[in-house]
Design a binder for this molecule. Structure first.
Ligand code: F6P
Length: 359
């Protein structure tokens, strides 16, 4: 007999349901008695004891379904130790729900912040397993997160569509890709979509180098230029600022421009006289059905989690390393961010074929 709790926390992505399906099918195939409790809207459900009992029927037909059947919410890690507006001790409340339901384990699907709270619950003595979801692929300790490849496909499709219209009008186009701190999604979609310039947070840009790249293309007779710009792209100048000053600058920028792309567009227009248009695929990158790669990865990660539960191996993240499903202790990976190295082979290859990073 196993009694497990499931929750999805933080920003959603395409393969959350596929992963939960993997966990539950992996367990129900191996054991006769299984109770599954699904918590509503992430940690909120665990804190306020909002849950429902799920059966195997709930996990049928959801392999291809985007979003999450449980709902999700953002519950910042830094506020977990802070009582709620009514003075409720959130950590204490989560433990109470866990013990009330006599759970063997909590399976927690989420990104970096979610993982930090999962680790906190581990430290508090709960049995937890974390499964790495995020379109950002920025979780340290796993080569891949589910959701990433699906988002790469969506962002790539956006760049593909922009190609035809950019060519017709002879314009400069910016496609703004999700990723405030990490540029993996922009890098991959930029390369897959054939962007000419890729700007990511890990490689601060010099606007004059960006302009040089655009002018170089014009001189070579190219009618258009496409930039893939991460939400968190940062100039060389801003990258030198202390964190606090940079935050203040961002607040100032927000009064004038909705995002970094609008500022870059304005600078390019001023310096080149080119017309610039901006496309922001936004949350479409997290929406829709998971791609085939993610369905396979989620199934493997879900089955890996089921195996951990059967072996009573807790306090881990189930990830993929060098093509193999592996467990990584939460105490080792929680709180670490996986960023793109400027020396990454993909960055090198992109530069080799003439893509500019504005550096
Ligand atoms: O962490 C996933 C992510 O989609 C980021 O890429 C993006 O910057 C952020 O979430 C957007 O968050 P929200 O959905 O809360 O606006």
């Amino acid at each position: 007999m196993k009694r497990i709790g499931l929750l999805t926390s933080g920003g959603d992505c395409q393969a959350l349901n596929a992963t939960m399906r993997g966990v539950v099918k992996g367990l129900s195939t191996a054991i006769d008695e299984l109770e599954v409790y699904g918590f509503d809207d992430g940690y909120r459900g665990l804190i306020y004891s909002k849950y429902r009992m799920l059966t195997s029927k709930d996990f049928s037909g959801i392999l291809t379904q985007g979003g999450t059947i449980l709902g999700t919410s953002r519950q910042p890690f830094k506020l977990m130790r802070v009582p709620d507006e009514k003075g409720l001790d959130k950590v204490g409340a989560m433990k109470q729900t866990y013990y009330k339901l006599c759970l063997d384990c909590l399976v927690i699907l989420g990104g970096n912040g979610t993982q930090k709270t999962a680790n906190l619950l581990r430290e508090e003595g709960l049995n937890v397993i974390h499964l790495p979801k995020t379109i950002d692929n920025d979780i340290w300790g796993t080569d891949m997160t589910f959701g990433f490849q699906s988002a790469v496909n969506v962002a790539t499709d956006a760049i593909d569509c922009i190609h035809t219209t950019a060519a017709s009008h002879g314009r400069v186009f910016i496609v703004e890709v999700m990723g405030h701190k990490v540029g993996s999604l922009t890098l991959h979609a930029g390369v897959a979509g054939g962007a000419d310039i890729i700007l990511i947070p890990e490689i601060p840009y010099d606007i004059d180098k960006v302009v040089e790249a655009i002018n170089r293309r014009s001189k070579a007779g190219k009618r258009f230029t496409i930039l893939a710009v991460a939400e968190g792209a940062i100039s060389k100048e801003d990258a030198k600022l202390p964190k606090k000053e940079y935050k203040a600058k961002l607040a100032e920028r927000a009064k004038k421009y909705p995002s970094v792309s609008y500022k870059i567009a304005h600078q390019i227009e001023k310096k080149t006289g080119n017309e610039v248009r901006i496309t922001v695929p936004g949350h479409t990158q997290r929406g829709g059905s998971p791609c085939a790669y993610d369905r396979v990865l989620s199934t493997r990660i879900g089955a890996g989690a089921a195996e951990c539960i059967l072996e009573e191996k807790y306090g881990v993240m189930v990830g993929i390393v060098n093509g193999k499903i592996q467990t990584i202790p939460l105490e080792e990976c929680a709180g670490k961010l996986k960023m793109v190295s400027p020396k990454d082979q993909l960055v090198k290859a992109a530069k080799q074929i003439g893509i500019s990073f504005g550096d």
